[in-house]
Design a protein around this ligand. Sequence first.
Ligand code: AMP
Ligand code: MG
Length: 328
Amino acid sequence: MICLGIESTAHTFGIGIVDDKGNILANEKDSYTTESGGMIPSEASEHHVEACDKVLANALNKAKIKLQHVDLISFSQSPGLGQALRIGAFFSRSLASQLGKPIVGVNHAIAHLEIGRLRTKAKDPILLYASGANTQVIAYHNRKYRVFGETLDIGVGNFLDSFARHLGLGFPGGPKIYELSLHGKKYIPIPYVVKGMDVSFGGILTNVTRKYDSGKFSKEDLAYSIQETVFAMLVEVSERALAHTRKNELVLGGGVACNLRLKEMAKKMCGDRNAKCYIPENEFLVDNGAMIAWLGILKFKSSGPQKIEECIIKPYERTDDVDVTWYG
Ligand code: AMP
Ligand code: MG
């Protein structure tokens, strides 16, 4: 069985083609970026409209198949920006009707977790999902992916992007903060906000923005201090989730997990407690179509197709709203 999966929750329009053995035949994408300023949802949606035909052609080309060889269409149904999700859902429904093939909608956060399990062979991990809009620590228990901890306000990626925007840097800002951090020389104390198993970045953003505006601190030192602080927060709650669940595998997911310092800190924590730290390749950490295709296959095989009228977007669906029918 071959599944064509379409990702469009935010800045990336991606198409992955995956078979039911887990072979990735193609994983193509085109992402919305800016030179300065953040992401504007209506512009991201226009980007997807312009990119979709080209990304589809590239994916089919890469996989060396024709559209008729596709057995199943899947798409990111939730959670995400309504304006962006709508383009992927519309494109997927059109393809499915045109080809007369089944269609399933999947949850994007769970797709990050499942592609992590597929690529790394982790069996029953804790997922630290650190992306633009989402920051969650997730683990499977009793037919659900449960959220053990999460951000109480913005995602860690949005936090990095917002600070970068304040410095006049474009979107995505996370990689730019990383580059600056390499030139940071001094740790500047900034608030460390862990509340139980949850984290919060809104107050830290105000704090570092004011520090930068005071003119007393360099952007390099601030970037370095920000990374040391917020990644320690993420690693702390991940460690507590490992301890509480007695699981011994951590998987990283989400675009922020491309950050080398976060990878290093997560590996160190796992090493110290004899847990395994699994990190998929960067192309599967960021938003991508292959993870949507793979979860499409898992969901379809365990619970069949969805009616086309059920294939509406669910921008606010939570990770723990989804019945996990395929786990094992
Ligand atoms: P996603 O939504 O999962 O595709 O992730 C996008 C987010 O990841 C954006 O907020 C980016 O700024 C962030 N990001 C990507 N690469 C890095 C990096 N190397 N370091 C920190 N953040 C990153
Ligand atoms: Mg994501």
